[in-house]
Ligand binder design. Structure first.
Ligand SMILES: [Fe+2]
Length: 210
C-alpha cells in the first residue's frame, strides 16, 4: 500500500541520482574530459527543484512535525540553508570556468545532500509517519507539492521520472492518481508517458488503471 511519504522518498532518490551524475561529470571535466558541460549544467534545474522541495518541507511538513516532535525540524532547516550555500559555491565556481573548484563544489554539495536526505528518510520522516495521522500526512504532502509553480510542472516531470527507478515511478504515479483531480491527472499521465519513453509499458503493467 502506497503512503504519502513514498512520494517524498521517490523525489529524494531522484535528487541523489541527478547529483551523483553531475558530480561524476564535474570530476571527469576536471580531469580534462570534453563534452560534459550539458551534464554539469543540470545543476541549475536540479537546484530549482531542490529549492521548491525544501520550501515545501518548511511550509507543510516541518510545522506539522513541530506539534508532535518539538525542535526536531530546526536542525533540518539549517541543513537546507547549507544546501543553499553549497549551490551558491557551485554557481560561483562554474561561472568562473574553473573545472577544479567546480568539481570540489559538486563533491561537497553531493556529500551534504546525501547525509541530509538519509537523515530525513530514516529520522525525520520516520517520526512524521509514526506520530502524524495518515490523513494529516496526505494533507501536508499535498500542500508541499503546491510549491512547484504550475507552469513548471511539465519540466519537473520530465526531469524527475527518468531519474527514478520503477518502484518510485509507480509510487509517485499512484499517489498523483489518488490526490489529483481527474483532468489534472490526465495531463500528468501524458507527461509521465513522454518522460519514461519505452518504460511506459512497465508502468501500465504495474498500474492497470492507467
Ligand atoms: Fe529536506
Amino acid at each position: 500500500m502506497v503512503e504519502p511519504v513514498d512520494a517524498i522518498r521517490a523525489i529524494h532518490n531522484a535528487f541523489r541520482n541527478d547529483l551523483e551524475h553531475i558530480d561524476a561529470a564535474a570530476l571527469d571535466s576536471a580531469r580534462g574530459k570534453e563534452g560534459l558541460a550539458a551534464t554539469v549544467e543540470r545543476f541549475r534545474f536540479f537546484n530549482e527543484a531542490l529549492v521548491w522541495h525544501a520550501h515545501g518541507e518548511e511550509l507543510a511538513i516541518f510545522p506539522v512535525l513541530e506539534n508532535v516532535a518539538p525542535l526536531v525540524a530546526e536542525a533540518y532547516v539549517k541543513d537546507h540553508r547549507g544546501l543553499d550555500a553549497a549551490f551558491d559555491e557551485l554557481s560561483k565556481s562554474y561561472a568562473s570556468h574553473d573545472p577544479l573548484t567546480t568539481a570540489r563544489a559538486t563533491a561537497a554539495f553531493r556529500f551534504h545532500l546525501n547525509i541530509h536526505l538519509d537523515k530525513e528518510d530514516t529520522h525525520l520522516y520516520r517520526i512524521f509517519t509514526e506520530r502524524v495521522s495518515l490523513p494529516e500526512q496526505g494533507k501536508a504532502v499535498g500542500i508541499m507539492s503546491s510549491t512547484v509553480p504550475q507552469e513548471r510542472f511539465p519540466e519537473m516531470v520530465a526531469w524527475m521520472f527518468p531519474l527514478m527507478g520503477q518502484d518510485d515511478r509507480e509510487n509517485m504515479t499512484r499517489i498523483w492518481q489518488m490526490v489529483m483531480p481527474a483532468p489534472a491527472f490526465a495531463g500528468a499521465k501524458e507527461l509521465i508517458k513522454g518522460a519514461v519513453g519505452s518504460d511506459w509499458a512497465e508502468l501500465t503493467h504495474r498500474i492497470p488503471t492507467l
